[in-house]
Design a protein around this ligand. Structure first.
Ligand SMILES: N[C@@H](CCC(=O)N[C@@H](CS)C(=O)NCC(=O)O)C(=O)O
Length: 222
């Protein structure tokens, strides 16, 4: 493992679900990094992000060698550079499965992302659940159960121990809490609800939420 000198460029902790993913992987593993926070939805947000990454989106991980951007690329990079943390499962079949569902999260679930956007500190009524959103929620419930049943070994996370797949799905757990979604209405036998609790009970998730509260307080007093 190489020594690290990382800066993770992230957006608002209350809203930036993509930022949470690599932040959680880094923090859960205890990999040291500095945070560079950019307030999103401001006239100068884009220019501020572009100072760090050519993609113009957060998150981005600045390393001694350059910059890695896009949440999935960053967690892949971390898994490769910090193998001792086993951010992907050791077993080849489990690893392929973890990558598949992480890619599915990264490229899909558009209705869930649009209609139930991350609003970490809020507690809101569920949005109208149309057919497409229902399909997204049912698919997530099913894929969590499938991964946990096949590869979870009775542990709290999808592949037993914490992995990049959990980092990729963590914001979804917060959305289900924010919007008070009763997962049993979407085919859950309790596995998905227990998984949501396991994610939300992570001390690192409480730390991220504290950071979100601090940002809100700071802005209220500015
Ligand atoms: N596919 C990207 C998506 C990144 C993304 O959409 N980030 C949002 C914040 S959560 C952003 O930077 N928005 C600011 C903008 O587009 O100007 C990833 O996985 O990192």
């Amino acid at each position: 493992m190489a020594t690290t000198s990382y800066t993770l460029v992230i957006g608002d902790k209350n809203f930036s679900s993509w930022s949470l993913r690599p932040w959680l992987a880094l923090t859960h593993c205890g990999i040291p990094f500095a945070e560079e926070r950019i307030r999103l939805r401001q006239p100068d947000s884009k220019a501020a992000i572009l100072r760090h990454t050519p993609a113009g989106k957060v998150p981005a991980l600045k390393t001694t060698g350059g910059v890695v951007w896009d949440s999935l690329a960053i967690v892949e990079y971390l898994a490769e550079r910090h193998r001792e943390h086993r951010l992907w499962p050791a077993d080849e079949e489990a690893r392929a499965h973890a990558r598949s569902i992480s890619a599915e999260m990264h490229s899909g679930f558009v209705a869930l992302r649009n209609d139930m956007s991350m609003d970490l500190l809020a507690r809101l009524p569920p949005p109208p659940i149309g057919e497409v959103l229902e399909t997204d929620i049912r698919r997530i419930v099913a894929l969590w159960k499938d991964a946990h049943t096949r590869f979870g070994h009775g542990g709290p996370f999808l592949f037993g121990a914490f992995s990049n797949a959990d980092a990729m799905f963590a914001p979804v757990a917060t959305r289900f809490r924010t919007y008070g979604v009763d997962l049993s209405r979407f085919g859950d036998d309790g596995t998905a609800a227990a998984y949501v609790r396991a994610i939300l009970d992570l001390p690192e998730m409480a730390e991220w939420a504290e950071g979100a509260k601090a940002e809100v307080r700071q802005r209220a007093s500015a």
